[in-house]
Write a protein that binds this ligand. Structure first.
Ligand code: ADP
Ligand code: MG
Length: 271
């Protein structure tokens, strides 16, 4: 299979949906692993105090681990807190600890509170010796809310990826999310746009899943990735081994779909 060309400038994906349990973290981790497998250099920024992305990528994150909290609250450099993912070459991770739960409130009175993550990412490029970008793709795994942490991600990002669980209530809350992206675009970050939606936990045996997918496709057209991620036990087991499904069971349908979705995402941006 042909290698995927690197993007000219880093593509910063904000993986957002204020609903919990729709597959934000699972998609972040496995798309990151898929892109790394395709030769891309990837950074995962864990912006959820639960730290599920850190866990799934095998990066320990007990209280006291420097990570996203230090970046957004203390102004720490991304390069100082990013650590390599132990199992997957090509992925670095900025871990989240439970301290990040406080950041949402601590940031309220802070100067330039919406720009903390953006400034850190911009500084990362300037401090590299050759002024080169260190990563091709950045994924920001958002918490299940539209608070200041998610706003920081929308301010820092170039694209929004919305995972949509193929379930009855899938579209509920989507208008509010799109509205928040639009507000961020107008007030904070003119380049941000929703560039991809990914149907997750798709159960091909049910008419409901097909109906939801069709409805999303009718409403949003081309930004919906053609690859649907199937519901699969292997996908849900992988994180408890500190692995993405791509290394846990590379031949499984979940891993193959995430690899295909990663390829689609990479090629979409180049066309
Ligand atoms: P979010 O980050 O949006 O809260 P998660 O990625 O943590 O969602 O997923 C919620 C739950 O669903 C997790 O237990 C995860 O393992 C499970 N899950 C996600 N995707 C799949 C899938 N394709 N098949 C089976 N289980 C999945
Ligand atoms: Mg999550």
């Amino acid at each position: 299979r042909p290698a995927i060309p690197r993007p000219a400038t880093p593509r910063i994906f904000v993986v957002a949906n204020q609903k919990g349990g729709v597959g934000k973290t699972t998609s972040t981790v496995n798309l990151a692993a898929g892109l790394a497998q395709l030769g891309q250099r990837v950074l995962v920024i864990d912006l959820d105090p639960q730290g599920n992305a850190s866990t799934a990528l095998g990066v320990p994150h007990p209280v006291g681990t420097p990570g996203t909290y230090e970046v957004v609250v203390d102004g720490a450099a991304i390069d100082d807190v990013a650590v390599p993912c132990p199992d997957v070459d090509g992925i670095d991770v900025v871990p989240a600890t439970i301290d990040l739960a406080g950041a949402e409130i601590e940031l309220v009175p802070a100067v330039a509170r919406e720009f903390r993550l953006k400034n850190a990412l911009t500084a990362s490029k300037r401090t590299s010796p050759d002024n080169e970008d260190r990563w091709d793709f950045v994924f920001v795994d958002c918490p299940p809310s539209l608070g200041l942490l998610t706003i920081n991600a929308l301010t820092a990002g170039s694209e929004v990826l919305i995972p949509i669980q193929a379930e009855y209530y899938a579209l509920e809350g989507l208008a509010q999310l799109l509205n928040t992206v639009e507000l961020a675009r107008k007030a904070l970050n003119p380049v941000i746009r929703v560039s991809a939606m990914l149907i997750t936990m798709y159960d091909a045996r049910t008419r409901l899943a097909a109906g939801v997918a069709d409805q999303v496709r009718d409403s949003f057209g081309d930004i919906v990735l053609n690859t649907y991620i199937p519901r699969s036990v292997r996908v849900s087991e992988a994180p408890s081994y500190g692995e993405s499904v791509m290394t846990y069971d590379p031949g499984s349908p979940g891993a193959l779909s995430y690899l295909e979705a990663a390829r689609e995402l990479a090629l979409k941006g180049t066309s």
